[in-house]
Design a binder for this molecule. Structure first.
Ligand code: BT5
Length: 253
């Protein structure tokens, strides 16, 4: 992968790997060392890419984007909004290509209802302080990046599949990072939240949120709380908020 064009962006340092276990793992280590703010670990292939709850993330060679941005959180009050920052940065890059992305709360980007990208946010702690946030992003660019359907619970696609024409991987990476740099100074604002909320999938539809072994609260998806939590209304008209979980449209059996 040719990442020279990233040199012009006001970011930290870049560590590039042809192959790696997980860019988030490398970024978490680097973040405890001397990584300058907005440094990035990028890999052409991941052999142990991770999703949430130690789920696997598939990143075959030469076909996807897998990278992790190290953010020093000084001055950011709403750290829980960083997942929205990543989601909007990817969604904006899709829109710039003429696509119509949706954000499946909290961390998936959908194109035509299918997952094209996933986000994994992890924090580095020193005592009770967060010293760095690692924003991991996996984006399916070419057809070959899409895992076989039998390995997935939710349908997946790639940018190339949905665009129907060739897409440049390096340019897409540059666009996502540029969008992130542009959105970052606005992360605390109401406009940022509104923009995030406006792109949520399943708004005003009945969804189920799997939050743990025995908890699957369901309700009409209303929008976002100021901390990025998901606001819903149950069948009795009572509003409630969830802060983590997997959203699905159909009630679970
Ligand atoms: C995510 O988790 O969607 C977060 C994925 C984050 C990946 C990036 S790549 C760079 C950085 N380094 C890492 O090691 N990770 C980050 P979650 O919502 O838990 O979804 C995981 C599920 O998505 C898996 O259980 C699969 O069913 C499905 N999946 C795996 N690979 C996929 C792919 N390439 N495209 C679509 N779905 C996939």
């Amino acid at each position: 992968m040719n990442i020279k064009s990233l040199n012009k962006l006001p970011i930290g340092e870049i560590r590039y790997f042809d192959t790696i276990g997980s860019t988030n793992d490398a970024a978490l280590v680097w973040a405890t060392e001397d990584a300058p703010n907005l440094s990035i670990v990028i890999a052409d292939e991941q052999t142990a890419g991770r999703g949430r709850l130690d789920r696997k993330w598939f990143t075959p060679k030469g076909s996807a984007l897998a990278f992790s941005v190290i953010l020093h959180p000084a001055g950011i009050t709403h750290l829980s909004r960083t997942v929205g920052l990543a989601a909007l940065s990817i969604a904006d890059a899709c829109s710039q290509l003429g696509l119509s992305p949706q954000i499946k709360w909290p961390n998936d980007i959908l194109l035509n209802g299918k997952k094209t990208a996933g986000i994994l946010i992890e924090a580095v702690w020193a005592g009770d302080q967060i010293t760095a946030i690692v924003i991991g992003m996996g984006i399916n660019i070419f057809k070959e990046s899409v895992p076989p359907a039998e390995e997935l619970k939710f349908p997946a696609t790639s940018i190339e599949n949905e665009l129907g024409s060739p897409v440049e991987r390096e340019q897409f990476l540059k666009d996502v990072l540029s969008n992130l740099l542009k959105r970052l100074p606005e992360i605390e604002t109401a406009a940022f939240l509104a923009s995030w909320e406006s792109q949520l999938a399943y708004k005003q539809q009945f969804v189920q949120v799997i939050t743990g072994a025995n908890q699957t609260p369901g309700g009409i998806l209303l929008g976002l709380e100021s901390d990025g939590g998901l606001r819903l209304r149950d069948e009795n008209g009572k509003q409630f908020t969830v802060h983590y979980g997997d959203v699905s449209l159909r009630p679970m059996a």
